[in-house]
Design a protein around this ligand. Structure first.
Ligand code: UDP
Length: 236
């Protein structure tokens, strides 16, 4: 019996690149698709927000001299590329999916319409939200929080490369301490690198819990959904 009936999984673009440092690694992609298909098979309704950092980030473009808004639109389009790749990988496993884009791009994805997204979820389709919020100066983490609230998911599952939130970078500091639980205010006041402050504030104001977990370990997604306490739980 799963702990949640409807979840939103936030996958960063970087999660798809595997060890190759850029773009999409087919094996990594297929691995995520398999885990998502397994969850769907358990009867869990799944929404996904996918990032674009494996292809393009607006901040990087603007540091290199581009207009920030233009660079951000490029970042949003990068998320559409990732969404289509993920859709393809999941559908190969015979699971119906829909990509809903916040930027109209009707030949490749449906426009984001909240009630349509809810209907897809009710019908058991995996819904992949692309193009973030559709606005520059935001992140896909914020899009994840926004969409999770709009379609009423029980929780946000933030897939990362580490097994939770630490007081400092565990890759650089062997004494780093892992938090089992945190409040949103802790995250903000300690400036912990979980999500940007806009995303955290949105969850805080609307009481939406976030679980940060290591998605590089196969099986973790299922464990989280079944309510095993792995990772870090963030709530009020
Ligand atoms: N982006 C944006 N508005 C949004 C979501 C994303 O402008 O609502 C742009 C922004 O430039 C960002 C890029 O898309 O750098 C890719 O998203 P993000 O960096 O959040 O991806 P992730 O880190 O999850 O791979």
């Amino acid at each position: 019996m799963s702990a949640y009936s409807r979840v939103l999984i936030k996958l960063s673009g970087e999660a798809l690149q595997g060890d190759q440092g850029y773009g999409i690694d087919p094996l990594t992609l297929d691995g995520f698709a398999k885990e998502i298909a397994e969850l769907q098979g358990l009867g869990i309704e799944i929404a996904i927000v996918i990032g674009g950092g494996n292809i393009f980030r607006g901040v990087k473009g603007s540091t290199a001299g581009m207009d920030r808004a233009s660079a951000d639109y490029m970042g949003m389009l990068a998320t559409v590329i990732n969404a289509l790749a993920l859709q393809d990988a999941i559908e190969k496993l015979d699971v119906n999916t829909r990509v809903l884009s916040a930027i109209e791009i009707q030949e490749v994805a449906e426009p984001y319409i909240r009630r349509r997204a809810m209907r897809h979820l009710e019908k058991g389709r995996v819904v992949i939200f692309a193009a973030g919020t559709g606005n520059p100066y935001f992140t896909t983490d914020t899009a994840a929080c926004l969409r999770a609230m709009e379609v009423h998911t029980d929780v946000i599952l933030k897939a990362t490369k580490v097994d939770g939130v630490y007081d400092c970078d565990p890759m650089k500091n062997p004494d780093a301490k892992k938090f089992e639980e945190l409040s949103y205010l802790d995250v903000l006041s300690k400036n912990l690198k979980v999500m940007d402050s806009t995303a955290i504030s949105l969850c805080m104001d609307n009481d939406l819990p976030i679980i940060v977990f290591d998605a590089t370990e196969v099986g973790n997604m299922k464990k989280v959904v079944l309510g095993e306490s792995i990772g870090t739980w963030i709530a009020n």
